[in-house]
Ligand binder design. Structure first.
Ligand code: ZN
Length: 225
């Protein structure tokens, strides 16, 4: 098999993993968003509680309209929760709310992978804007200048997805621990939280593999010429 067909197989493999990860995260979220916790706290209440216990007073918990658009914005110190999380008393909602708090705690503790990730964000934004040129000029027309540009673009994106992994895994680890220790969830519920957060973790692994395989593909094209 030629290096090109191997990289194509890797790209297809990474895409399949990405699709499976997306299906799994959606189904885990749907399943556990129907299971109400015994404590009956909403995602917003859990987030407020965790931030207060962590001694974080300058982070705002806000409702965002996008579905599964939950995130912590370190530049604005805002914790955004989607309606299905903010207003919900479900196992999925408290898990996701606690995960986002995990990021706020990382920020407060100057957790170094988060610091690195924040530094890389502007580079990633430029790289993403250059992506259409790489796809058209490099992948479609095979113009060498665009292939070289693509190598830089995908190297930046791969580095970003790589540093995202410890950030996401650590936030989920903190979330599970805090929810258990604070008694916000009980035994069975903790298992549900794990299933939702572990499914979400796979989407980040898939994003990393996707960026990496595109980088390898471009390197293979460049080496061939
Ligand atoms: Zn996260």
């Amino acid at each position: 098999m030629s290096p090109t067909s191997i990289t194509w197989l890797l790209i297809i493999g990474a895409t399949v993993i990405a699709i499976i990860a997306q299906i799994r995260v959606s189904s885990a979220f749907k399943r556990f968003s129907r299971v109400r916790t015994l404590r009956g706290l909403t995602g917003a209440e859990v987030a407020t509680l965790i931030l207060r216990d962590a001694g974080i007073g300058d982070v705002q918990v806000r409702r965002t309209e996008s579905w599964l658009g939950d995130h912590y914005d370190p530049s604005k110190k805002v914790l955004c929760l989607s309606p299905g999380v903010y207003d919900s008393e479900s196992v999925a909602a408290v898990g996701i709310a606690a995960h986002e708090c995990g990021h706020a705690i990382q920020h407060k503790n100057a957790y170094w992978p988060l610091q690195v990730r924040m530094t890389v964000v502007p580079v990633t934004m430029i790289a993403s804007q250059l992506l259409p040129f790489v796809v058209i000029g490099g992948f479609w027309f095979g113009i060498m200048g665009f292939i070289t540009l693509g190598i830089f673009v995908y190297a930046a994106l791969t580095a970003f997805q790589l540093i995202t992994l410890p950030v996401e895994f650590d936030a989920s680890r903190r979330a599970k621990q805090i929810l258990r220790e604070s008694g916000v969830v009980v035994a069975d519920e903790a298992e549900g939280v794990s299933k939702v957060l572990n499914a979400a973790a796979w989407t980040y692994v898939a994003a990393f593999l996707s960026a990496l395989t595109h980088l390898l593909h471009l390197l293979a094209i460049r080496n061939r010429n």
